[in-house]
Design a protein around this ligand. Structure first.
Ligand code: F6R
Length: 245
């Protein structure tokens, strides 16, 4: 794995956006697997800037999201469908027929998971997967205990995740369940980029980079992937024992 530490969150965002943009420039028909949350907002801002400056088109690119809450209206202000609209799609030329996210309102979640997983497989898997990391080491919504062999499925969210993502939900916590692509689906991506910033991610990053490779810290399993890069800011890297440049 590669580890890159930037002075600030902005550096992480710029580098992540450049990696996405380079992937799409080399192959306009690339398949991307993308995250939501607070960490990648800066990356999406940079991508919108690149698009406006004429340096990026997403019109032929296929984009899958990693996850979506289950049992909320599709257009709930905190739905990830809405997040992608607000942060990326309404500003760029992405083709709605090529953008995908699990259906938060599905009456048949298990079938929706199979359909979503098959759709990713049909495209040949992702050329680039961008991830954030939860404070408990989750990636996508693969919470601790997620086996390597897991595919897209319904996941009960950890209490800490529901509290961390509570903002915007009346209940004071995020929904109990989400649909997430699985560990194996992430592993089938040709290149993986994990973004982390802020002190609240330091322990999870240290566990992922220097702890045991174990389903208890799903992000640690990325160390088995042949092309994975962690892009960190100094705060997120602050609990690492190794020297970072
Ligand atoms: C969301 C996702 C999650 C987040 C993680 C960190 O699509 O895949 O794994 O990346 O919960 O969220 P933030 O960036 O809000 O701290």
């Amino acid at each position: 794995m590669e580890l890159h530490v930037h002075d600030s969150h902005e550096g992480v965002s710029r580098t992540a956006a450049e990696t996405v943009s380079d992937t799409v420039s080399e192959n306009p028909g690339a398949n991307l697997l993308l995250p939501t949350g607070s960490t990648p907002r800066g990356m999406y801002r940079e991508l919108v800037r690149l698009y406006r400056e004429g340096g990026l088109s997403l019109s032929d690119t296929t984009i899958f999201n990693l996850d979506e809450y289950l049992g909320i209206p599709r257009d709930h202000p905190e739905s990830y469908r809405r997040y992608m609209q607000e942060n990326l799609y309404r500003h760029v030329d992405a083709d709605p027929a090529r953008t995908h996210i699990p259906d938060a309102e599905t009456p048949a979640p298990e079938e929706e998971c199979l359909r979503y997983d098959a759709a990713i497989k049909e495209t040949g898997g992702a050329d680039l997967c961008v991830l954030g990391i939860g404070r408990n080491g989750h990636i996508g919504f693969n919470e601790p205990g997620s086996p390597f062999s897991s595919r897209t499925r319904v996941m009960g969210l950890a209490e800490s995740t529901r509290r961390a993502n509570a903002e915007g939900f009346d209940a004071g916590a995020a929904p109990e369940q989400a649909i997430t692509v699985g560990m194996q689906t992430i592993f089938e991506s040709r290149k993986v980029l994990l973004l982390a910033s802020g002190p609240e991610k330091a322990e999870a990053v240290a566990a992922a980079v220097e702890g045991e490779v174990s389903p208890q810290t799903p992000a640690s399993m990325l160390r088995e992937h042949p092309d994975v890069t962690f892009l960190l800011d100094r705060e997120a890297a602050s609990a690492l024992r190794r020297e970072v440049a």
